[in-house]
Design a protein around this ligand. Structure first.
Ligand code: ZN
Length: 220
């Protein structure tokens, strides 16, 4: 890369990284890619839903340039004495697979992408809390439709509850969630992340993390 272009890229990377660090006390490679305008937030949102095979596919530049930016980011983070912390990126689908970043799938590259850099000004406890929160598996949204005219895209059946997958609604049996405990209306706000019913909407929602459902099953 021409030294002048490298300097320009370096400025953009640092500006994006500084902004993310100021806002959330840590900064990730994904924050930088979004911050420099290479990664569209809409495309990023499709990734955990299983609609994007790997993240680099939707980054709007070539691989050598991404790699250059990531190198600049890491040397900035190291110079700032931020603490590296590996974070789990898990799909927001019933299968919960680990999300893939790179075209190659190379484990070293994947690990670099998963590494968040945390502000050294935070206490050990706060740092642990941040890491725990970032690694938490995303919620699954289970929907209770008002009628049973919907069709499971896998088995063609229907049911009282469904989960949205990228090809369409699926029944809980096909999604492997048929043992999920159903929260009654009175309990729907009891768990963090549960959604309140929005007035006038024909649905109401309850959500449960797969991990929580599995714990309940093994406890019972
Ligand atoms: Zn089904």
């Amino acid at each position: 890369m021409h030294p002048h272009n490298r300097k320009k890229l370096d400025d953009r990377v640092i500006r994006a990284a500084e902004a993310a660090l100021a806002a959330q006390r840590y900064v990730s490679p994904v924050d930088v890619l979004v911050g420099i305008g290479w990664l569209d937030p809409g495309a990023l949102a499709r990734w955990p839903r299983g609609q994007v095979a790997y993240l680099e596919e939707v980054v709007q530049t070539n691989l050598p340039r991404i790699s250059e930016a990531m190198k600049l980011f890491r040397s900035w983070a190291t110079a700032k004495e931020l603490s590296p912390s590996e974070t789990h990126y898990v799909a927001r689908t019933p299968s919960r697979q680990t999300l893939r970043f790179s075209e190659s799938g190379n484990p070293t590259i994947e690990k670099l992408y998963r590494t968040h850099w945390i502000s050294g000004e935070l206490s050990e406890r706060k740092r642990e809390h941040l890491v725990e929160r970032a690694s938490r598996a995303p919620e699954l949204l289970v929907i209770q439709p008002l009628n049973d005219t919907w069709k499971c895209h896998r088995c063609g059946g229907t049911g009282d509850l469904l989960i949205m997958e990228s090809p369409g609604p699926a029944c809980l049996r096909c999604a492997g969630l048929d043992d999920l405990e159903f929260l009654s209306a009175g309990m729907r706000c009891s768990r963090a992340g549960s959604r309140r019913k929005a007035p006038g909407t024909p649905w109401w929602y309850t959500s449960a993390r797969r991990g929580a459902a599995m714990n309940e099953r093994s406890a019972g």
